[in-house]
Structures are given as structure tokens and as C-alpha cells.
Design a protein around this ligand. Structure first.
Ligand SMILES: [Zn+2]
Ligand SMILES: [Zn+2]
Length: 104
């Protein structure tokens, strides 16, 4: 077994925040390869994760980074809750004006 570099370990941790569509590994589980003779599944050791999984994790990380700012003060952007009769889905950052949809 070859030891992964620090960068690869970080990549692996990042990749494991999403499921792998290549090998079917779930969130939090390492990528696996299937032995074509015994169909035994073993975690991959020589590389952090399947390339497509890493790319997807990267993309999601970028999206999340864009969707959030460091400010903590947000207001509902759809009018007063009393008028809406529900929690707003669209929120606006009080400080930088960033708008974000939240369904919780
Ligand atoms: Zn995989
Ligand atoms: Zn902000």
C-alpha cells in the first residue's frame, strides 16, 4: 500500500462528502474497486477517490462557497412573516445584500 500525501488525504475527505456515482460508495465511505474475478469490493488505496467523484465534490464546494458569505445577519426577503403566513424561503444578507434560497 502506498501512503497518500497530505493533499490526497484532504482530497479523499472532500470526495467523501458526496456519494460516488462511479463505484457506488456512499457519503462518508471510501471509493471501492471490484475485483473482476471474485467481485470482491475493496477500498481504493493508491488514489484518493474516483476522479468523477472528486470533481463533483469540488463543484459542490464551489457552489456552496458562492452561496454563502461570512455574515450572520439575514432577513427574510419576501415581506414580513405575519403577511406571508410562513417562514420566508428567500433570505437576504443584511450586510452585503446576498440573496439565498433556503427551504428550512
Ligand atoms: Zn468511487
Ligand atoms: Zn453577507
Amino acid at each position: 500500500m502506498r501512503n497518500l500525501t497530505m493533499d490526497q488525504l484532504i482530497d479523499r475527505a472532500k470526495a467523501q462528502t458526496v456519494a460516488c456515482q462511479h463505484c457506488g460508495a456512499k457519503v462518508g465511505e471510501p471509493c471501492v474497486r471490484t475485483d473482476y474475478r471474485t467481485s470482491e469490493r475493496t477500498p481504493v488505496e493508491n488514489f484518493p477517490a474516483h476522479h468523477s467523484r472528486l470533481k463533483r465534490a469540488d463543484r459542490i464546494e464551489t457552489l456552496t462557497a458562492q452561496a454563502e458569505c461570512e455574515h450572520l445577519s439575514w432577513s427574510g426577503d419576501e415581506g414580513p412573516i405575519a403577511e406571508l403566513g410562513r417562514m420566508p424561503l428567500r433570505w437576504k444578507c443584511d450586510e452585503c445584500g446576498l440573496v439565498e434560497w433556503r427551504n428550512a
